[in-house]
Design a protein around this ligand. Structure first.
Ligand code: SF4
Ligand code: SF4
Length: 304
């Protein structure tokens, strides 16, 4: 069985990427399973999705702790110790990172267990979709291609099926299909050694008992603890205030859902970038349009 784990951030289409891989594998004659795992957090929060592909019936359930193929759709996750996307991978795991950086540099900088395969999917998404945020079809195509088990035709059909469910048709669909062809052509399949079942925990039938709420769910009683979670690294877009234009109306201060805009002693708004999640509500609400939307990473095209 091939076990694929995909990491990204809320809003990037990581769940859809895993569905595209699962559906494409099914169309190529395999059994498949795909599902995401995320909490109640929103856009920008780290999320993970899983895909299993096998020629036999898949009885295994639950998250994949030891992946054969690990797809990282957002390289900023590598710096997030709580997202820990590399966790559980070993030298046998094939790593793919959406990045334009040199694989050797990435390996050295993040102590990766093997040399990653890289491709700048965000730039391709900007080029084909004019949107660098949603990477579902590009990441799904990268994963499908690397497995070497899925044909381009089955992948394209899978993208049509999954995007149809989301109501995407016409030119947006065609642009996604063109993007998929480009990513598929840009990568070569890699040899992925599937693990012996004995290398993993032996299958067990577990009986889940109902527990008291106090035991079954974490309850955080300490106050003022969110300051310790530096959610600034969730940002894909970065708000930047143009102080020449700002009239200090305080609307951004009032509307920021995270409460991370403060007014300084001179009455100017100041953003706490350690905790700003990049939702860009402040930019939308600013009546003067004094808050610019920038990419957090260094991309050439303007963010949408
Ligand atoms: S983008 Fe603006 S509204 Fe959103 S968290 Fe950051 S400062 Fe607050
Ligand atoms: S909403 Fe715009 S104009 Fe008002 S304080 Fe914020 S940045 Fe300045």
């Amino acid at each position: 069985m091939l076990r694929v784990r995909s990491h990204g951030r809320g809003g990037q289409g990581i769940k859809t990427a895993s569905q595209i891989m699962g559906t494409a594998a099914f169309l190529s004659g395999y059994q498949s399973q795909d599902f995401p795992l995320y909490g109640a957090e929103r856009r920008g929060a780290p999320i993970v999705a899983f895909t299993r592909v096998s020629q036999k019936t898949i009885l295994e359930r639950g998250p994949i702790s030891l992946p054969d193929l690990l797809l990282i759709g957002d390289e900023t996750l590598l710096e997030d110790p709580q997202a820990a996307p590399i966790c559980g991978s070993d030298e046998q795991t094939v790593l793919f990172i959406n990045s334009e950086k040199d694989p050797q540099i990435l390996k050295g900088s993040f102590n990766l267990p093997s040399l990653p395969v890289t491709c700048g999917l965000t730039k391709l998404c900007l080029q084909y979709l004019n949107d660098g945020m949603v990477r579902s079809t590009a990441l799904g195509a990268a994963g499908a291609r690397l497995t070497g088990r899925i044909s381009l035709e089955d992948l394209l059909e899978s993208v049509e099926i999954e995007l149809d469910v989301m109501g995407i048709a016409g030119q947006p669909l065609q642009s996604n299909l063109d993007l998929v062809r480009e990513v598929f052509g840009a990568l070569n399949p890699v040899t992925i050694k599937e693990r012996e079942e004995s290398a993993l925990s032996p299958s067990k039938l577990m009986v889940l008992e109902q527990k008291e709420v106090q035991d079954a769910a974490p309850i955080i009683t300490a106050t003022r603890n969110m300051v310790q979670r530096k959610t600034g690294n969730w940002r894909i877009h970065r708000p930047e205030i143009d102080y020449e234009d700002c009239n200090n109306c305080m609307i951004c201060y009032a509307r920021c859902p995270e409460g991370v805009i403060e007014m300084d002693p001179e009455g100017k708004p100041v953003i706490d970038y350690d905790h700003c999640k990049g939702c860009m509500i402040c930019a939308q609400e600013c009546p003067k349009h004094s808050i610019k939307t920038l990419w957090e990473m260094d991309y050439e095209l303007e963010p949408q």
